[in-house]
Design a binder for this molecule. Sequence first.
Ligand code: BGC
Ligand code: ZN
Length: 368
Amino acid sequence: MKAVAVFPGARSVRLIDVPEPRLRKATDVKLRMLEVGVCGTDREIASFQYGAPPPGSDFLILGHESLAEVVETGKKVRALKRGDLVVTTVRRPCAGTRCRPCRAGRPDFCLTGEFTERGIKKEHGYMTEYVVDDERWLSRVPATLRSVGVLVEPLTIAEKALGEVWQIQNRLPWMPAGEKVSSRFKAVVLGAGPVGLLGAMALVAKGFRTFVYSREPLTSPNAEAARAVGAAYVSAGTDTLESLVKKTGNIDLVYEATGAARLSFDMMPHLGVNGVFVFTGIPGIKCPIEVKAELIMKNMVLKNQVLFGTVNADPGAFRRATADLTLFLRRWPKAVRSLITSRSPVENFAASVLAPPAGIKNVLTFPS
Ligand code: BGC
Ligand code: ZN
């Protein structure tokens, strides 16, 4: 079967032929890949800046954003059956018997750094025709998500992040935990890629008055998608951060989804009273940059601010992402579908994996 493989040693990325995997355990499930999304992480791996092949292999099969169909189940598999749609999780626990997060099923909080990530770190990914995985790493999605289920994994970033935001904001006795917030609460999303736009949908659905700030022009499909879900779109091409803040008022939440350190640290002094700033992007390490450290530190203290970073994601976040994507699709069908700009057969991986991103989310498809 076909697979998209990165050979870091030989510095090449190519379509290879690998044997079809078979069930090994009674809890294994065999999946036929339907769609795999391409993201910035894949492009970094394919340009040999990130990621690692499994031990003993000179290549890594790419891909971590999946939508698949169950084709075969092991004897002990109860929760899944042939024909079910599933999304595969990415992070897998380390072997450390003393790593409490991993032993508790939360490798997203792994302490040893020895966790693996399918398609990223030391385990093959999903840009291939068939995959076998233990049922505990699979998250079932309803058939109604066939057209957009590949967006579940990128949405888990927002789900985990917002779960933590509610826990943090539990410190404010008047903050309604779990329910909707009032539109007096303002959120700014930095970046209008898939992670930013899915985050914006989650924030709008939660009740926030949401502003998306990004470099794409006001006429771009990204801006269009933001407005279609009820967020305000402010373009960095026409507005500075200062003029953005004039429109927003006190900012309760910044959801960073660009991986751009300059923009993020320039935004920090604008975070409001009792505000939370969430980082989700992973910047490349380049030159040091100057930041308004004293102002940021002063604000953090005098305004009770919290800054935190988050990496996806736990099985609960996958379940919440599935439920929320179902709601988003019902509420904004056109906008949700518009996030997927292109679908191309896996053979044509080069156009989305090796080239700069075109549009919002590019997806690879597999022969049926
Ligand atoms: C993936 C995460 C992963 C992160 C860092 C992201 O693109 O969605 O699952 O933890 O990259 O490797
Ligand atoms: Zn990704």
